[in-house]
Design a binder for this molecule. Sequence first.
Ligand SMILES: *Cc1c(COP(=O)(O)O)cnc(C)c1O
Length: 336
Amino acid sequence: MSPAAAALVDLRSDTLSKPTAGMRAAMAAAEVGDDVYSEDPTVRALEERLAGLFGHAAALFTPTGSMANLLAVRALVGLGQEVLCSDSAHIARAELGAHAAYTGITMRTWAGALDQAAIERMFAPDMGPFFVPTRAISVENTHNFAGGAVLGLSELQRLRNFADANGVGIHLDGARIWNAHVATGTPLATYGAIADTMAVCLSKGLGAPVGSAVLGSSDVIAEARVWRKRMGGGMRQVGILAAAGLYALDHHMERLADDHANARLLAEACGVDPSTVDTNIVVVERADASPFVAAARAAGVRVATVGPTTVRLVTHLDITLADAQRAAALLAKIPD
Ligand SMILES: *Cc1c(COP(=O)(O)O)cnc(C)c1O
């Protein structure tokens, strides 16, 4: 059989993972109710579980991580105020301007994943009718477009101190906080403690088909519940989806370590130093990304272009060690 005829190994994103048989069984068996009435017991169980894991008072289930980010940042930043974030942050690049379009806030960005000195230079106190006041700082852990990089705990703590000293909030986009936790052993509650609000995704490496959550104080979450409904995100017997999230937390968290090992294997095959790969994302730089993507596709491996010179490979629970080994052997043959 030619490589192209073999099943494709699809490394474009960890969103591509499909619910397992065990997860589907848990979904089918879920107890449900009307969640707009707060009467879905499985959703409530998931929300309580997530809040508890991160040491936050409350959580709210959302259809997407983008909505979780939107509700969280909105809770910290008012109309005409700003959030500071990375120039490659999901909230700045991949949410299609939602924060400006729906909640009337502005963003200013620093270069790279986290730059404390830049943040301190950029911070704008409220000076009345002169400058846009900074109300929050948003960080992403792991940082998607920095190759799934884990942010250092001491840097996050320094940022927390700065935020406290200046009376601004911290939002943590923790779509892949599970990967940071598994890669470093840092307790989830330690990450939770540096953030006023958080967004977490169940539908990335954890493998749920749908579902994210916003976390914060009881007041923030009560307000987020109103805004979720306002934005058309009130859902009914959605315990079917929450059950997938609970199942993912029980069964798919520790195995993320396998994804990280598989990512290092792929990195090596593409000439990327595996010690620079913190989690499940490998960023490969080429003079031109397109021929690499096309050659990979022809060989039976799908990878994503995230910039004219940048290719991204992502491992997840549907990529076995054998898949990763096969993809690595094929990618290693593609000339630079
Ligand atoms: C995937 C992702 C999200 C949420 O994306 P949705 O597709 O809206 O669920 C948020 N932040 C980061 C860093 C992500 O990678």
